[in-house]
Write a protein that binds this ligand. Structure first.
Ligand code: PGA
Length: 252
């Protein structure tokens, strides 16, 4: 099932940054020579309040930008939420959905994550759907069951549109811990997810599956060399221009 899948590297800034530090970070990314986007498709997913600023700074560049979450609803009495149509108004290209921090801290269910992915796609925004097991689930031998359950809710809801999403495998125990999955561990899960996507959509060969969880300049190349790893979703290391550039280069 090997196909040409262009690598994608996405920075997930989480709740970090300021107008000044964002400007510095983006200037450094834009100044990198050769351009980071020569090596991979590159995007940054930023806090909602900075979306407009970031979109203005990246206008005309090949670096795309996205949100970190989106409402499942079109509009209405949902205080604090942001709809996909609102994001689309600004030209948003991607949104993360179902990040493990939202699944745990905001009790987002598989079904809600699927609805969010659907809401994004309906506005032409590519959802980056995160799946991943906790340490307890891995130790109980439940990794495959958990990630397949999380992905199947999304596949089921998106139906034929499932071919348009990006999937990110992020083992919860590897996020922000400095403890990344080995390339072999990650590849094993990616192969399972790809087979599931292929069986359900027929598009397993072209769908991108990113790895996330303590990706750094020093481990990115080995991860990205795996046949089913199509790039990365990068948290901490995306906040430092040199580190993020090194990861983008490793995707080339
Ligand atoms: P990390 O985060 O790279 O800091 O581990 C990844 C993520 O949560 O998307």
């Amino acid at each position: 099932m090997r196909a040409v899948r262009h690598k994608l590297v996405v920075g997930n800034w989480k709740m970090h940054g300021s107008r000044a530090s964002n400007a510095d970070l983006l200037s450094a990314l834009l100044a990198a020579q050769p351009p980071v986007t020569d090596d991979a498709d590159v995007a940054v997913c930023v806090p909602a309040v900075y979306l407009q600023d970031v979109s203005a700074r990246l206008r005309g560049s090949a670096i795309a930008w996205g949100a970190q979450d989106v409402s499942a609803h079109d509009q209405g009495a949902y205080t604090g939420e942001i709809s996909a149509a609102m994001l689309a108004e600004f030209g948003c290209r991607y949104t993360i959905v179902g990040h493990s921090e939202r699944r745990t801290q905001h009790r987002e269910s598989d079904e809600l994550v699927a609805q969010k992915a659907q809401a994004a796609l309906a506005q032409g925004i590519t959802p980056i759907v995160c799946v991943g097991e906790s340490l307890a689930e891995r130790e109980a031998g439940q990794t495959e069951v958990v990630v397949k359950r999380q992905l199947s809710a999304v596949i089921h809801r998106l139906a034929h549109c499932a071919a348009e999403m990006v999937v990110a495998y992020e083992p919860v125990w590897a996020i922000g811990t400095g403890r990344n999955a080995t390339s072999e561990q990650a590849q094993g899960v990616h192969a399972v997810l790809r087979a599931q996507l292929h069986a359900a959509t027929g598009h397993g060969a072209t769908l991108k599956i990113l790895y996330g969880g303590s990706v750094k300049g020093s481990n990115a190349a080995a991860l990205f060399a795996q046949p089913d790893i199509d790039g990365g979703l990068i948290g901490g290391a995306s906040l430092n221009a040199a580190d993020f550039v090194a990861i983008c280069r490793a995707a080339g």
